[in-house]
Write a new protein. Structure first.
Length: 467
């Protein structure tokens, strides 16, 4: 009976939705794809409401920025689809007028979105630059060492003309400085590792070009990226043709985000699924796990049926990055450590024989045997003997309960080496950084050392729901 009702609703739903007033319906970001959310973020950045990255992840910062735009242009903080479509149309007009597209310099794998219709490319002995004819907007890409980057950071900070101190942040090998300059202009530099060296992106602008500069800054990332065209076949493109937006039900009463750990709108799969391993939260939405677990599973999920999405897989190191609609109230800090031979390890994970209500802590006096040799095994560490009660994706801790690594599949798997191979935390951190994952080192909820209370929040069992 339930299936029959569901079939009827699925047939009638398109007709019901088309009857809704698309312009007045309250905006709901959940129906947008990641590419569409990124497009809305770009429009908000261009209009000085959004200061985050163009990552396609719709959080409180994105929602607050949208509400600020609605208040400024429409005298209400209740954003509807009409507000969003008008924003997207303004962005599309700017894109066409100034030929916004992705640009990657020859010296680096960094890319930005830039208004190429008003910029010319200049190549120098060291680095490349995008420059407007009047000098009002300039984007420079400079290969540097850390000493040169610090010198430039000091010069940028010294140009600050604002009432507060310039923004400065040094986190590992990532350096960011932002300053307000005379006449309402500004300067922003970001230095980060690019391949085997550091690359600095320096954006400088006069006051009239501040909106475009903000969009350029928000788009800085490693690797290539899509432009600002409206994705075909998705919600925004359909609404341009006059269709109504999709709906996913009412939002929670407290606002856009559900409370941590209780997401009423998270996608779920019926049935418990087949346990395939473990994953660990590294921020409140992203998790690390073993690649081969998700490689053959089309619908991975938590044990409660909440579906997770695979963001990136690294077959060489055996790692995978997944994300969830469930916001964890705690996560583990990922330090720069590589274990020494002879260290005793603790492994945390769920039993691989079935679902369990709590992570199973294993203190099996297992020692680090050695770092695995070979170019294709960088970051891999061999344990002395296997751990049959733990599964891949389990967390490896030292005796202070600090993260040391993640159990992955052995490059040459056999019964003898099951669960004996892990990727060191130092390389986990590099994997996360390469995929632009934001994580708070020692932040309010970032656990440097795991406790019994935080285990159930940080370590999650993964099941496959399509088997």
């Amino acid at each position: 009976m339930f299936r029959m009702i569901w079939l009827v609703l699925s047939v009638l739903a398109p007709a019901i939705l088309l009857a809704q007033p698309s312009e007045r319906a309250e905006f709901d970001a959940r129906v947008l794809s990641s590419a569409e959310k990124r497009l809305v973020q770009a429009g908000l950045a261009l209009e000085n409401h959004y200061t985050g990255l163009l990552d396609g992840a719709w959080g409180r910062g994105s929602q607050t920025a949208l509400e600020a735009m609605s208040a400024a242009r429409h005298n209400t903080r209740r954003s509807n689809w009409g507000h969003v479509m008008a924003l997207v149309e303004r962005l599309e007009e700017e894109r066409r007028a100034q030929n916004w597209r992705s640009f990657s310099p020859q010296i680096s794998d960094v890319s930005v979105l830039a208004p190429m219709g008003m910029l010319r490319v200049e190549r120098a002995r060291r680095g490349e630059a995008l420059q407007s004819p009047d000098g009002g907007l300039q984007v420079r890409f400079i290969p540097q060492n850390i000493a040169e980057a610090l010198t430039l950071a000091t010069a940028v900070a010294n140009r600050h003309a604002g009432s507060d101190r310039p923004y400065q942040s040094l986190n590992g090998d990532r350096l960011v400085v932002a300053a307000e300059t005379e006449g309402g202009g500004g300067a922003y530099m970001r230095t980060a590792k690019s391949g085997n060296r550091l690359t600095t992106v320096l954006v400088e602008w006069a006051r009239p070009e501040a909106p475009r500069a903000r969009l350029v800054i928000a788009s800085i990332r490693r690797g290539g990226q899509a432009g600002l065209e409206i994705p075909r076949g998705d919600t925004l493109a359909a609404m341009q043709r006059g269709a109504a937006p999709q709906t996913l039900g009412e939002q929670d009463a407290d606002g856009f985000w559900p409370e941590p750990g209780s997401p009423p709108n998270a996608d779920t799969a019926q049935g418990s699924g087949q346990p395939i391993g473990n994953a660990v939260y590294v921020n409140n939405t992203d998790l690390l796990t073993a690649d081969h677990m998700v490689q053959t599973c089309g619908r991975p999920a938590f044990a409660d049926g909440t579906l997770v999405k695979v963001v990136h897989r690294d077959e060489k190191r055996g790692l995978a990055l997944i994300t969830s609609g469930v916001r964890s109230p705690a996560w583990v800090d990922v330090p720069r450590v590589f274990p020494d031979g002879g260290q005793t390890m603790i492994v945390i994970g769920f039993r691989n024989t079935g679902a369990s209500s709590e992570p199973m802590m294993v203190a099996d006096q297992t020692e680090v045997l050695s770092r695995m040799r070979g170019q294709d095994q960088a970051g891999r560490v061999q344990l002395r003997h296997s751990l049959p009660v733990a599964d891949h994706g389990s967390v490896v801790l030292d005796q202070q309960r600090k993260l040391t690594g993640l159990i992955v599949r052995h490059p040459q798997p056999s019964r003898a080496n099951q669960n004996t191979n892990f990727i060191a935390a130092e390389y986990l951190r590099g994997f996360l950084r390469d995929n632009d994952v934001l994580f708070s080192r020692g932040g309010r909820n970032g656990a440097r050392a795991l406790t019994q209370e935080s285990l159930g929040q940080v370590v999650r069992q993964i099941v496959c729901t399509d088997r």
